[in-house]
Design a binder for this molecule. Sequence first.
Ligand code: ASP
Length: 436
Amino acid sequence: MGVKVVKFGGSSVADAIQLQKVKDIVLSDPDRKYVVVSAPGKRYSDDNKVTDLLYLCKTHVDHNIPVDHIFQVVSDRFKMMEVNLDVNIDIGAELDEIKERLKPGVTADYIASRGEYLCGKLTAAYLGFDFIDPAGLIQFDEKGKHLAAETQKALSEELAKHEKAVIPGFYGSMPDGRIKTFSRGGSDVTGSLVAKAVGADIYENWTDVSGFLMADPRIVENPKPIERITYKELRELSYMGASVLHEDAVFPVREVNIPINIRNTNEPDNPGTIISDTPAVTNNIITGVAGRKDFVVVALYKNMMNSEIGFVKRLLTILENNEISFEHLPSGIDTVCVVISQKQLEGKLQDLLDDIEKRLQPDTIDIYEDMALIATVGLGMSRRLGVSAKLFGALTDAKVNVRMIDQGSSEMNIIVGVENDHFEAAIRAIYGAFVS
Ligand code: ASP
């Protein structure tokens, strides 16, 4: 017998109908012993996530605006779930206690965490599993920094006492007992910590998509699913916008070689995507293509730049002093470009240019706005002849003008910069060239 840790996201626990699916999934495999839940998410597109409503309660309290109305919406949802699931955990009393604490001085983290807490209580009762409160187990220091080693020890000791349990995601506590949450989407991190603590064979992350697709379905019609992806490839694709998982969720399980399986609660027979360090055995050249719009390229030209020691160092110092992080830094003999997201530059462009002018005295500075970056990712690209030719040929055929090229040393990622207007056409062209 093995051990699987299963985490269900907000849409998977949005109401009693979804929780029925959760129960079927969990009980269909006796290895699914530890269940981590998010707070109830949206039931339909215009609906609110419970976590958002709870943060809104905190804003009301802070501004001295009556909070009853909003809290009632949250209460009604949980009470309805209790009735529809036919469990009795006295959710009314739990809600009264939370409401009692909704006063000035209440922390946003405490309030926000109650969505997971209540959902965990309901799910545990519904499955007949033990309930484990992560407060005191998932630990943060007094400044709010996550304490990985302490958490690992406390969590594994506690979990060893329970054969089957439900653990609310998203939060833990600080030394003085105050609740502390991870950043938004952080139940993924809890799932990963639990998987590591019990030495799980696999960490199943159940959501509302059947894993990763090779391209964004809003751009490419019916893109193929990615059956298996390595962490490195995932990092590249997520960074470029293909995000399903909280990025901090990868580290705990990766350290101990536990694969993550992204699955769809609404399509439980779909095998989803496996994320692990073992590359896929496949003939696919690329694993996926993803991109983001709205970058600015600042291109500097200076005669004999290549012999001016410290030029790029000074450029990076200027960026640092202006608190601007950059994405890429392609360079030529006498040129260097910095690719920066448009958001990063808001209100800072002129100061940046003045500093560059003053301290680096380039011959020219050119600014290219409204650029998109597209990453074509795949371990299968390395040491294969003709990959770039195919990629650029496809872009040429699609009449996409490539304004910038960057290839990391790993040979698993080719990044091209194109104009925002060519973004979709470029993605379609690359996908079409590599995926039949
Ligand atoms: N409920 C939290 C959020 O909406 C955490 C999570 O769902 O992972 O961000």
